[in-house]
Design a protein around this ligand. Structure first.
Ligand code: UT7
Length: 321
């Protein structure tokens, strides 16, 4: 059977680290509140020279290096972002030009924090139907640019970064590697709980992020547990058989609550939220890459990726490394 196999991963972070203490000097917050409510201790914030595309290009190059593949052999780039360099063309086309990939397709997908799962689902479908052979799937964000730095309920939660995977279509045996199943969902009824108050066709401005965190939290735990069960059932494996879960890194308490709901031990959940904060579409590939490079995720492991975000959108993918 034809499957999309993950051949490599890479990630990139801005140079500048901003600690909770630094934020507490600007807004009415404290390290204690942020750590207790979210698990976040610091985040990386892009300077003027760092953009969504520059982070994406850096992450993509590292993923290609791990995969030992030439950028010219890539015939599909799907990039998830809610903070593109420009309204158009896509940030994916900037990445394509910088890497020197030619001839294939390149486009962005917008599903905010679930963006990487959406991008992975789209790329996987295109690879399995023969529309492309080798894909770069990227999640990249500079959320710092759409934060209201005077709103303590949101500005402490997010950070910037990028993560990438190289996928290749290959004919494999049933028990072989690759993406085994994915499920994506959206419920457009909750716009007012998580949105940006601007855009080209409404205000003509970029706008700032607005969120009713407590309500988003409630939906996140329920939706994530449901979609994880859905994917497990589709493949016919139990939660106990998972080697790792790589969740969207929004809040350590969401990660813990979801793991508890599934009966998963906390040690199987990859957590980077304390260092990266919430990097939206970048968070899953950033966490995945970190766990591959430090030797936790190994060939043959069964790994669940999952995310939930604005829209609402949510999804999960199960892969054998
Ligand atoms: O990635 C997309 C998906 N996003 C998420 O998944 C985010 C989900 N939500 C969350 O992670 C949590 O709801 C938050 C971390 C955003 C908030 O935690 P919470 O435990 O739900 O707190 P809360 O919003 O109920 O606020 C509790 C109190 C409030 O004060 P009062 O009204 O009780 O007096 C807030 O004003 O904490 C106050 N507060 C803060 N205090 C210090 C809110 N933000 C801060 C802050 N520092 N930064």
């Amino acid at each position: 059977m034809i499957r999309s196999i993950v051949r490599g991963s890479g990630s990139a972070l801005p140079k500048r680290v901003v600690t909770n203490a630094e934020l507490a000097a600007q807004v009415d917050t404290s390290d204690e509140w942020i750590v207790e409510r979210t698990g976040i201790r610091q985040r990386y914030i892009a300077d003027d020279s760092e953009t969504t595309s520059s982070l994406a290009i850096d992450a993509a190059r590292k993923a290609l290096e791990m995969a030992q593949m030439d950028a010219k052999s890539i015939d599909l780039i799907v990039l998830a972002t809610a903070t593109p360099d420009q309204t158009f063309p896509s940030t994916a086309s900037r990445v394509q030009a910088a890497l020197g990939c030619q001839g294939g397709a390149a486009f962005d997908v917008a599903a905010v924090c679930s963006g990487f799962l959406y991008a992975l689902g789209v790329a996987d479908s295109m690879l399995r139907t023969g529309m492309a052979r080798r894909a770069l799937v990227i999640g990249a964000e500079t959320f710092s640019r759409i934060l209201d730095w005077e709103d303590r309920t949101t500005c402490v939660l997010f950070g910037d970064g990028a993560g990438a995977m190289v996928l290749e279509a290959a004919d494999v045996a049933e028990e072989g590697p690759g993406i085994l199943a994915s499920r994506l969902h959206a419920d457009g009824d909750h716009n007012e709980l998580l949105y940006v108050d601007g855009g080209p066709s409404t205000t003509g401005t970029v706008g700032k992020l607005r969120m009713k965190g407590r309500e988003v939290f409630r939906h996140a735990v329920v939706n994530l547990a449901e979609v994880l069960e859905e994917v497990l059932q589709e493949v016919g494996v139990g939660a106990a058989e998972l080697d790792w879960v790589v969740p969207h890194q929004a809040n350590a308490r969401i990660l813990d609550a979801t793991a508890r709901k599934l009966g998963l031990p906390a040690e199987k959940v990859i957590k980077t939220v304390e260092k990266h904060a919430n990097t939206s579409a970048a968070s899953v590939p950033l966490a995945y890459d970190e766990a591959v490079r430090d030797g936790r995720i190994k060939p043959g492991d069964l790994v669940m990726l999952e995310a939930m975000g604005g829209g609402f959108t949510w999804g999960a993918s199960l892969l054998r490394v």
